[in-house]
Design a protein around this ligand. Sequence first.
Ligand code: GCB
Length: 579
Amino acid sequence: MPLVAVDHRPTISLNGDWRTIVDPYATGLYTFHGKLRADGYFMNRKQAPGGEPVEYDFQKSPTLQVPGDWNTQRESLFFYEGPMWYEKEFSYQRKPATRVFFYAGAANYRSYVWVNGRKACEHEGGFTPFSCEVTDLLIEGSNFVVIAVDNTRHADGIPTLQTDWWNYGGLTRDVSLVEVPEQFIDDFDLHLKRGSRATIEGWVHVEGAAPGVEVTVSIPELAVRETAQVSADGRATFQFAASNLEPWSPEHPRRYRVHLQAGQDNLEDEIGFRTIEVRGTRILLNGSPIFLRGVSVHAEAPYRTGRACNDEDMETLLGWVRELGGNFVRLAHYPHDERMTRLADRMGILVWSELPVYWAIDFDNSDVLANAERQLHEMIRRDRNKASVVLWSVANETPVTPARVKFLRTLVAKTHEQDPTRLVTAALLVRTEGMAKVIDDPLGEVLDVIGFNEYIGWYEHRPEDAGKTVWQIAYEKPLIVSEFGGDAKYGLHGESDTRWTEEYQANLYRHQLAMLNRIGPLRGMSPWVLMDFRSPRRPLPGIQDYFNRKGLISDQGEKKQAFYVLQMAYREGAIGKAE
Ligand code: GCB
């Protein structure tokens, strides 16, 4: 399982240029008779006299920048899906009593890692971090790491064959080596106790620690210094008073420096403390009802396109959310970069974080469920100490079948079990019965908050028909409309009933907002979507050109009329009731 708060530990960065070999036939993974190779093929071998021919050469191969997707770095890779071999040399000085981990923030979709020609680990899932111990694989001086990253889509993958976003491949997030002492803090959870304003509770897990090892949690700004002992499960549990605590909120995103210490290991994080709860149809932040004025966001890089991967990308995206008057983002449709949730913590923007359980994945397959559970665990583990994250979403627009309901119920239960302090949701499909919209998906029974997507005025009816819609909602729970919207090409103008124009989209937003305002238990919204993003499903020449154009802002950062419609509603408080 991946280390946590790696961005707060000393690391040896492996970012930068990596040598790369494009391997469309997966030669590095399979033999000529299609057998899975016991070991990798592209292993930085040098030609030996009389030996087998070596038919590749990393030194002569072009580089790709890490972090980054390959599709937007080299024209010939734009549509490429398959394995890519990455190689990097680095020097390393061994240190006594130190364990070393290879860490990747994310690599899409499957990864295979070798250090100095020896297998270190494999990972499946394109949006969550992974790490593996490489202490015994490293040598003094010059070392090399080879990683095969394969973004081939699979029917039994998560996500599966169909998505409405670009399948950007590569080492898309930071890669590093992390040094820790022999016993080290590999996971922890510190949060404000539900229902309380001044009691912090949680636990710290110390890898490799024997029962009885002491763990200290200190928060100097709150004059807290608490110790507890590790028990047989490796965890030290805490509960202590923190009087004068200023809770984290969008208006006041107060974070505290929290020091954790166990044996030789020291870790310092910045943590906000707040509670999030549901009472009846209300969402309570720190005990007070709140309306989530949000927008959905893809991890698409503004201005240059490709996978968002640096601080500037994140600052631009969340800066626009702020400008819109928002206090909330739905980070669709997969866990975004940790830089994003860190920034949301700093800026005071509430976050919905989602698993890529998108559309019709293979719900009958127990291996797929195991994969979803792993990705869920990796998502929770990475962000459970982020105050901004208030909602875990287990799925988006999944077809309502018995197998799917069973699968998702399992994920919901696992989420509650691993994180009893946050709310669990999913973006559900809405059933249409004439002019009625029905929300009665059986999954709703186990969700804390019901998310639903609807495209009145785009995929069905006309924008004006929104006013005639009758909502039939089977649950007495808070609702969030997790998507609505329509496409507009920035700069294309016309009548408000002409598709693809800014006027059409703005008109659609006006009618949607009026309709949504009449849904009593609506406690939030995240229209689709902040910025245009690349999608292979959207080829329409001259309009889409492989972009989903439902952005309020174009991929080049130009604001469309609908942006201002929503901004006015958010800024003037014309939309949404907290109770
Ligand atoms: C949806 C999906 C989203 C799509 C959007 C669209 O319902 O959840 O991923 O991009 O519709 O534009 O059709």
